[in-house]
Design a protein around this ligand. Sequence first.
Ligand SMILES: Nc1ncnc2c1ncn2[C@@H]1O[C@H](COP(=O)(O)OP(=O)(O)OP(=O)(O)O)[C@@H](O)[C@H]1O
Length: 708
Amino acid sequence: MDSGGSDESLVEPKKGKSKTPRKAKESVLKQKEFSMDSGGSDESPVEPKKGKSKTPRKAKESVLKQKSPAEFFAENKNIAGFDNPGKSLYTTVRELVENSLDSAESISELPIIEVTIEEIGKGKFNSMIGLIDRERIDEELYGDFETAKAREKRVAKEARDQEIQAKNAAVGKKVKEPSAPKGMKGRGEASFFRVTCKDNGRGMPHDDIPNMFGRVLSGTKYGLKQTRGKFGLGAKMALIWSKMSTGLPIEISSSIKGQNYISFCRLDIDIHRNIPHIHLHEKKESTEAWHGAEIQVVIEGNWTTYRSKILHYLRQMAVITPYAQFLFKFVSDASDKNATIKFSRRTDVMPPVPFETKYHPSAVDLLLIKRLIAETSKKTLLQFLQHEFVNIRKNHAERLIGEMGPDFDPKMAVKSLTSQQIVRIHQLFRQAKFDDPSGDCLSPAGEYNLRLGIVKELHPDMVATYSGSPQVFEGHPFIVEAGVSLGGKDVKQGLNIFRFANRIPLLFEQGADVVTRTALKRISWNTYKINQTQDKIGVFVSIVSTKIPFKGTGKEYIGDDISEIASAVKYSIRQCCVQLKSKIVKKIQAREQQERKRNLSKYIPNATGAIYDVLKEMAQLHGSKRKHYEGEEAEILKKVSARVITKDTLQEKLAQHVEHVDYEMAMEFATQSGVSEEPRDDIYIQALEGANNFIDFRSPIFVFRLFQ
Ligand SMILES: Nc1ncnc2c1ncn2[C@@H]1O[C@H](COP(=O)(O)OP(=O)(O)OP(=O)(O)O)[C@@H](O)[C@H]1O
């Protein structure tokens, strides 16, 4: 429990690097600077004073105060996706799962992730924190207290409602869910959950763990790299929420490949100072060869209302990361609520690991240029331009320096640049033209994975996918991939939209998202023979980038205001629609033709009857010499008289002909709509023995002969 900030357990945050030397550049722990956050250093020139400023002021509201980032996010937790207990349970699961995926992928390990949500009853929770369960004494104090009169009224109303429902059910009308009784005051009983997430990822350096989990805005993913995490916030928000709702600390176990111990850390966060507050931090002997992390946090939540969202999230995550294995468990004292769901790995093909890239000159602002100058190891301006940015080669850098003016020189010390000179560089970066960043550093899900996911998830009748080439917004490369499906199981009529950003499923704030808006407003589905309201349309769009322009830190949607992204999304969806259109048109044509042939069969008896009557009449005329026929006609009439051609033979021939045409149409139909929908024919491989130097693949309708 929170010991109220005992000094012995406080870890002095280490700026930037931990003691342990690390090789991998991308895992260097960084913290975002905040003026308030002095990191506990005594040299800090301005000690933030809580409460009052020196100047005496009368008006209370004008008292100057500062907040730490942890305090800010604790007070505004909704902007990080922690709006209410249910949503907080969902966001906690997703933050932990996304960290696990990032971690396993960063070492090219096929992810194996186990998520357990254990429901903790009030009694168990109280005993965990050493609180004695108390019986209610004064019932009237409680929000759910009802007077005898109110109870009577409620029971009568419930009885009336039940009667109406029974009547409705009897006449087949839709039965409404009974609403919760009104008039309850208070927030009701809280539900508590222990959330555990275990992975087989990179693990964390022992000394960095406290800052990674106990200092808001610290993480290893601030560089320009496609990662799910970005803000250095998610895990800390789970801890802040646990501190706010249960007061319990977070527990982290971690081991790095080749390490012979497991780091264990139990900590909470000093919200006012934004530093970790360590309860226990130790190295345990390890006998197993496990590497990865296991994070455990106890929070208030609401499983009933967010169950489907959490499962939906995991299912969609399994769609976009089919190379990962997820095991989800819900454990409760009520055994009928228990559930175990395994999302098995469906492919071993993992997209390549995205790599860190440098800034594009058009993506930097003044502040960033200053930071890059302060951090660079390069000595001269020329080296700085050439090595700290993408798409500036040596001679290009020289030309740019020439353009900056007479007080610039390729050999000048980059650290000696004045503020004005930096502004000049910035101005030139904005005006000059540079090649677009290549997008090599990105790792999209891939058309194959996307298609696999769609087919697995929706079992559609038709699907088309498209993978766009890298594009750029504000100097950041991005790639859009899309899939459009028609039909399938559990798909509602109209548009069913599935959004992914840096391989994270986005489930909330759908209405304002660029994908939803594009699909709803900018695609004229009719043009592609798709009925926007009647057809069951699945629209999948996955965007990857070194910077996903999420609205808010909750990573719930991408706004519709970045024209480059909006038009790339539109283009990708349209490309899928174009592919679908040709399939749809052919399918319609084939179906119409097939229909025509079937109609023909229907008329065979009448048609043959009529023809045969005419032939018989003609044969009689020909036989009685009242009319003379020659050649082929005479031959036919002779066969009619000899009863070689009868009504039955005619009918048979006509039926055979229609059957034949129908078969051809069916074949064409099968080719167009995919073999999976048609009965399959076996094909046979000829035995290898024998003198032949070829292998035949035989089917009733074709033979493939492969020569050796
Ligand atoms: N399961 C894990 N395995 C390895 N490292 C982890 C794991 N979970 C967290 N970390 C480390 O802790 C850091 C902080 O995680 P946190 O979730 O707070 O932020 P983030 O993932 O960097 O960004 P975001 O707030 O956008 O999710 C990460 O950058 C990562 O280095």
